[in-house]
Design a protein around this ligand. Structure first.
Ligand code: BEZ
Length: 199
C-alpha cells in the first residue's frame, strides 16, 4: 500500500455518492477539495460537522474548494442521514446539504486513504472493528495532497482552522510567503527563505 504524504497524488477512485457515481480526479477538475471522513452515519458529532459545513459552504465555494464527505454506510443510509443533518442544522441556520457524501460500505476508499485507525482504542466499535476516523484531506487542483488532519473519534473538527489552512496554502501559491503562528487572512506574512534580500 502506498503511504500518503504531503505532496502525494491523492489516490483516484470511483465511488457512489449521494449525488451519483463519481470518478474522483475527474470530479475534482480544476478545484481545490476538502475530503473529510466520518465514522458512520447518524453519529451525533459528525451530524454537527456536516451541518456546519452546510452553513459555511459559501466560504469554500468562494475559495474554489469543493467539499466531499465519506462515511462507511450506503447511499440510501446517507440520504436518510441528510434528513437528520438538515433537522439538526436548521436549529441554528437554514441547512441544505449541497455537497456529495461518498458511500464506502466495503471501506475500500477508507483503506486507500488510511482513514481506519484501530490503534486508537477510542476508535473501535462494539465488535472491535475500527471506525473511519475523522480525517481531513486538502487536495489542490493538481490532485496533490497539501494537508492531512487526523482527529480522534471523540473530538469534533474545527473548520475555522481548515479554512485558515486553505487561505494560507492559496496565499503561498500566489506569493513566496509563509504564514506565522495563528495567522489569519490579512495578517502580516513571512517571506520564504528562498527569496534573496533584493527580491
Ligand atoms: C460521532 O458522534 O461522531 C461518533 C460517535 C461514536 C463513535 C464515533 C463517532
Amino acid at each position: 500500500m502506498t503511504v500518503l504524504r504531503l505532496g502525494s497524488t491523492a489516490p483516484d477512485f470511483e465511488a457512489d455518492t449521494t449525488e451519483g457515481p463519481i470518478k474522483f480526479h475527474e470530479w475534482i477538475g480544476n478545484s481545490w477539495v476538502m475530503l473529510f471522513s466520518h465514522p458512520g452515519d447518524f453519529t451525533p458529532v459528525c451530524t454537527t460537522e456536516l451541518a456546519d459545513i452546510s452553513h459555511r459552504l459559501p466560504q469554500f465555494v468562494s475559495r474554489n474548494v469543493k467539499i466531499i464527505g465519506i462515511s462507511t454506510d450506503n447511499v440510501q443510509s446517507h440520504h436518510e442521514w441528510i434528513e437528520d443533518i438538515i433537522e439538526i442544522g436548521n436549529k441554528t441556520a437554514p441547512t441544505c446539504v449541497e455537497y456529495p457524501i461518498i458511500a464506502d460500505p466495503e471501506r475500500n476508499i477508507s483503506r486507500l486513504y488510511e482513514m481506519l485507525d484501530e490503534q486508537d482504542e477510542t476508535n473501535v466499535d462494539g465488535e472491535g472493528l475500527p471506525y473511519t476516523i475523522r480525517t481531513v484531506f486538502i487536495i489542490d487542483p493538481r490532485k496533490k495532497i497539501r494537508t492531512m488532519l487526523h482527529y480522534p473519534a471523540s473530538v469534533g473538527r474545527d473548520f475555522d482552522e481548515v479554512v485558515r489552512i486553505i487561505d494560507a496554502l492559496q496565499l503561498s501559491e500566489q506569493h513566496k510567503v509563509m504564514t506565522p503562528c495563528n495567522w489569519r487572512k490579512g495578517d502580516d506574512v513571512v517571506v520564504h527563505p528562498s527569496l534573496s534580500d533584493e527580491e
